[in-house]
Design a protein around this ligand. Structure first.
Ligand SMILES: Cc1cc2nc3c(=O)[nH]c(=O)nc-3n(C[C@H](O)[C@H](O)[C@H](O)COP(=O)(O)OP(=O)(O)OC[C@H]3O[C@@H](n4cnc5c(N)ncnc54)[C@H](O)[C@@H]3O)c2cc1C
Length: 354
C-alpha cells in the first residue's frame, strides 16, 4: 500500500487552493476549478481524496455544492452515459459551465431501506416520469438534475432540465450548518423526456453512487477538521491570558494534540479507503464505511474541542470552527448514515456480506 502523494498531486492541490481563493459562488468557482483539472470525472483514488480535502478545508459548503454538481453527476455520466450523453452533459459539467444535482433520496425514507418509487413509463418516442425526491443539494440552482429511478424494470438516471414542465423545486431548506448550500425537495408530475435523456444504469448503481457520495462526505469531514484545527492552533499561539499565550496551559496543548491525532488518523483512513476503492479491492466498501464513521464523528469532536480553546471568540458566528461544528452533522446523516454504516460494518465482520 502506498498512499503517498506525487509531485503532480501536490501541484493539483495547490492549484485547487489558488483557484478557490476569494471565489464565493458556484458560477464563478466551477470554471476556475475546471481549469485545474479538478472537475475531471476520471480523477480518483488518493489524488481525488487529497484534492477534495484541499477544497473542503477552504469552504465545506461550497465544496459540497461543487461535488454534488460535477463529481457525482459527472462520474455517473462518465460511467453509465453513452458517448452522446457524455458529450451533452458530462463535458459542460466538467468545464464548470453548468451546475448539476443528483436526486437520489426520496420522501421519508432512506434508499438503503426501500426500493426507489420514482418511476417512468415509455410513452411514444420518450418516457413519462413521476416521483418525488428530498434533500437534493443544488436543486434550487441546478441547470440539470440527474434523477435516479426506474424505467419500467431497469434502473435509470433521468436528465431533467431546470425548466422542464412538471418539475417543481421546493423552496430551499433552512439548515443547521453548511451556510449558503442550497438544498431542496422536488416533485416530478408527468415530466415528459425524450429517450436521449434517459441514462440506463446497472444493478450495482446504488452501491456505486453511495460509495462516491461517502467519499465526498469523508473529504468534507477532513476539511472541517483541518479548518477548525488551524483556527484553534493559531488562536492558542496568539491569544494571551494570565500573562502567557494559552498554548502554554497544558490542557490547551493536550486538546490540540488530541485534535491533531484525530485529524491525522482520519486522513490515513480516508486515503486507505480511497486507495482501495481505486483498485476495486474487495474490502473497499467496508473500509469506506469505517472511514465515514470515524472521520465524520471525529469532525464533530475536533470542531467541538476547537470551540473550547477559542472560548468566547469561538461562540461568535462566522469562524471556521463554529461553521465546522454546525456542519459536522451533515456528513454523518447524508450518504450511508453512521448508524447504517455501523450495521453494515457489523454484517461484514460477521461474514454476512461476503
Ligand atoms: C444536508 C443533507 C444533504 C443531502 N443531500 C442529498 C443529495 O444531494 N441528494 C440526495 O439524493 N440525498 C441527499 N441527502 C439525503 C441523505 O443521503 C439521506 O438519504 C437522508 O438524509 C435520509 O434521511 P431520512 O430523514 O429519510 O432518514 P431515515 O431513513 O428516516 O433515518 C432516521 C434515523 O434512522 C436511522 N436508520 C434508518 N435506517 C436504518 C437502518 N436500516 N439501519 C440502522 N439505522 C437506520 C438513520 O441512520 C437515522 O438515524 C441529504 C441529506 C442531508 C441531511
Amino acid at each position: 500500500m502506498n498512499f503517498d502523494f506525487t509531485t503532480e498531486d501536490r501541484a493539483l492541490f495547490e492549484a485547487v487552493r489558488q483557484a478557490a481563493a476569494g471565489r464565493e459562488g458556484l458560477p464563478e468557482l466551477l470554471p476556475a476549478l475546471a481549469y485545474t483539472g479538478y472537475l475531471n470525472p476520471e480523477l480518483s483514488g488518493t489524488t481525488l481524496m487529497g484534492a477534495m480535502e484541499a477544497l473542503a478545508s477552504l469552504d465545506p459548503a461550497l465544496f459540497l455544492g461543487v461535488e454534488m454538481s460535477a463529481r457525482l453527476l459527472g462520474r455517473a455520466l462518465a460511467r453509465w452515459g453513452s458517448p452522446a450523453q457524455r458529450a451533452r452533459w458530462g463535458a459542460p459539467l466538467a468545464q464548470g459551465t453548468w451546475i448539476g444535482a443528483l436526486a437520489l433520496s426520496e420522501q421519508g425514507m432512506n434508499v438503503d431501506n426501500e426500493p426507489l418509487a420514482t418511476q417512468a413509463r415509455r410513452e411514444g418516442d420518450g418516457v413519462r416520469l413521476e416521483g418525488a425526491k428530498s434533500y437534493v443539494v443544488n436543486a434550487p440552482v441546478a441547470d440539470w438534475i440527474g434523477v435516479v429511478g426506474r424505467l419500467e424494470d431497469r434502473p435509470a438516471l433521468f436528465m431533467v432540465a431546470r425548466d422542464a414542465p412538471g418539475l417543481t423545486v421546493e423552496a430551499a431548506l433552512r439548515t443547521l450548518g453548511t451556510d449558503g448550500l442550497p438544498i431542496a425537495g422536488l416533485t416530478l408530475a408527468a415530466v415528459r423526456l425524450p429517450a436521449a435523456q434517459v441514462v440506463l444504469l446497472t444493478d450495482d448503481h446504488l452501491e456505486v453512487l453511495r460509495l462516491w457520495e461517502n467519499q465526498v462526505l469523508i473529504a468534507a469531514a477532513l476539511g472541517m477538521q483541518a479548518a477548525a484545527l488551524a483556527q484553534a492552533r493559531d488562536y492558542a499561539k496568539a491569544h494571551r491570558t494570565g500573562g502567557r499565550p494559552i498554548i502554554a496551559y497544558q490542557e490547551v496543548g493536550f486538546k490540540l494534540a488530541e485534535m491533531l491525532t484525530l485529524h491525522q488518523t482520519s486522513q490515513l483512513y480516508a486515503y486507505r479507503a480511497a486507495w482501495a476503492a481505486d483498485r476495486n479491492a474487495k474490502e473497499a466498501q467496508g473500509l469506506t464505511w469505517c472511514a465515514k464513521v470515524f472521520c465524520t464523528e471525529a469532525a464533530e469532536r475536533v470542531a467541538g474541542e476547537a470551540l473550547r480553546i477559542l472560548g468566547g471568540a469561538g461562540y461568535q458566528s462566522g469562524g471556521a470552527a463554529e461553521q465546522a461544528y454546525r456542519s459536522a452533522k451533515y456528513p454523518q446523516i447524508a450518504g450511508t448514515s453512521t448508524e447504517i454504516a455501523r450495521v453494515k460494518i457489523g454484517d461484514e465482520a460477521l461474514g454476512y456480506l461476503n
